[in-house]
Design a protein. Structure first.
Length: 349
């Protein structure tokens, strides 16, 4: 499968890469290992020793966090991928004893990786997820592994018309079919805007929005997509007829990175302002746990059924029937296809 590589994509939550530990993860069919050095800076290397090709993730962090030691013959590699120690013979390090390192930036609770041309890896191109800045927000963090292509996951979030039918008791209601929707594109960013009116939401959503259960509300869900599959939802509700400015604004990240062509890493969560104190921290934990239920027990099984039905045949070759609600997902798919084609053709996107 062709991937967009000259783009920042999520590799892990910051807390997934712990001091003194190794994290093995496959991204875009590439086996990687992550670790933190003595200064707490995270690094990403190919998960393969150049000597006998065993996974470096089977080894350990050593030299006070400055290197990984291969479990097989003890070669050590620092965060740049350079071999820093050969315990054999005269100790000379062969010139070829190097592991590929990947650009990695830690920002707003996320480790972002660049898997394309490192000369193009400008941190300014990282999508804005400042709503997850731990200095200002309590961030609930979740992770799921999906046995489905990552673009199917994107479709699922950009077209939320399904929540009435797939999530009737958890996220949707019978008002969803009457929602006002809008598609917007700003450069290479796609927005899907959804507004329902006079809605009675599922009970647990009222807690997140600071409203009494059963109250009729006007609810908004605005989804921002950046290639290849980084999405941030701005969601909230107000008593029916009241302006959005009077509601509590909730930010919910949904980020997908392909593991392979048919499996995906899925990170999700919700953020509440630090100004809410311990109540905000508790809500972040509780709401993330509550959201995990429909995502894991309703979304993922459906997407995995869809993946099995599609098989290895490209999506467009199935000639899908398109509905009005597909507009944002189709726009994002076509833009992603264009970016990949431009990248592979050697043109600037």
């Amino acid at each position: 499968m062709s991937y967009l590589k000259n783009a920042w994509t999520m590799a892990a939550w910051d807390e997934e890469v712990k001091p003194g530990a190794l994290l093995a993860r496959t991204l875009l069919d590439q086996k990687l290992v992550f670790f933190r050095d003595a200064q707490g800076v995270a690094h990403a290397l190919d998960d393969r020793c150049p000597h006998r090709f065993v996974p470096l993730s089977a080894g350990r962090v050593c030299d006070d966090g400055q290197a990984i030691q291969c479990a097989y013959h003890g070669l050590r590699f620092d965060g740049s991928g350079a071999c820093t120690h050969n315990p054999h013979g005269n100790g000379k390090v062969p010139a070829a004893a190097r592991v590929r390192s990947w650009p990695l930036v830690e920002r707003h609770s996320i480790l972002w990786i660049w898997m394309g041309d490192p000369a193009l890896a400008e941190a300014a191109r990282i999508p804005d997820f400042s709503a997850l800045d731990p200095a200002h927000w309590h961030v609930g963090k979740g992770y799921l592994h999906a046995r489905a292509n990552y673009v199917l996951e994107t479709d699922n979030i950009l077209d939320l018309s399904h929540i009435e039918f797939l999530h009737p008791g958890t996220l949707g209601s019978d008002a969803v079919k009457h929602a006002h929707t809008e598609l917007r594109q700003e450069g290479q960013t796609v927005w899907s805007m959804r507004q329902t009116e006079n809605e009675v939401m599922p009970d647990f959503l009222y807690q997140a929005m600071g409203l009494p259960p059963g109250l009729r509300v006007d609810r908004w869900i605005d989804v921002r997509w950046d290639a290849p599959a980084s999405m941030l939802l701005d969601a909230g509700a107000t008593p029916t007829g009241r302006p959005r400015s009077e509601g509590r604004q909730n930010f919910l990240p949904h980020l997908f990175t392909p593991e392979t062509a048919t499996t995906t890493h899925y990170w999700f969560g919700i953020a509440f302002p630090k100004a809410m104190g311990e109540q905000g921290a508790a809500l972040a934990r509780q709401q993330t746990a509550a959201l995990r239920v429909p995502f894991e027990t309703e979304d993922l099984p459906m997407l995995e059924l869809q993946q099995r039905a599609l098989g290895d045949t490209p999506f467009w070759d199935h000639h899908p029937v398109l509905l009005a609600s597909d507009a944002a997902a189709v726009r994002a798919r076509r833009l992603l296809d264009q970016l990949i084609a431009a990248e592979q053709g050697g043109r600037a996107a």
